[in-house]
Design a protein around this ligand. Structure first.
Ligand SMILES: [Zn+2]
Length: 139
């Protein structure tokens, strides 16, 4: 990827309050046959973020619309309520860090639009379980 065109927001599709690391996701994605973690950034419950792939490395998070080659992916840990339903489980710390990452990426690559995974044409998923395009439109 020369320059990303979008920032794509994902959730890890894991239960509220359960923390996982980029290393955990790396193991899950390798188990699915990916070379390594498919996302570029992982935002943990306490708001710390961890690196996955390098920004300009092709991702493995959304084949539709060639988004793996066109976007930088931020994944927050969560996306399911404790009883396993789709839910926006972002902690205040995660919300703050996602905004910081978006601003940092825009500083690097220009004013990239933000999309949620579910906003990409052809995707039939709830991920990231909130309206990312709307929430970050006026950052
Ligand atoms: Zn997703």
């Amino acid at each position: 990827m020369n320059k990303p065109e979008f920032i794509l927001i994902h959730c890890s599709d894991t239960k509220e309050g359960a923390d996982f690391s980029a290393k955990d996701i790396d193991a899950w994605h390798r188990a699915r046959g990916f070379r390594c973690i498919g996302y570029h950034y992982v935002v943990r419950l306490d708001g710390t973020y961890e690196r996955g792939r390098q920004d300009l490395e092709e991702g493995a998070h959304c084949v539709q619309e060639s988004m793996n080659r066109r976007s930088v992916a931020i994944c927050y840990i969560g996306g399911q309520s404790k009883d396993g339903k789709y839910a926006d489980t972002r902690t205040p710390e995660q919300k703050r860090t996602i905004i910081t990452l978006i601003r940092t990426l825009r500083g690097r690559y220009g004013n990239l639009p933000v999309l949620g995974h579910r906003d990409v044409k052809g995707v039939a998923k709830a991920c990231p379980c909130f309206d990312a395009a709307k929430e970050y439109a006026n950052l």
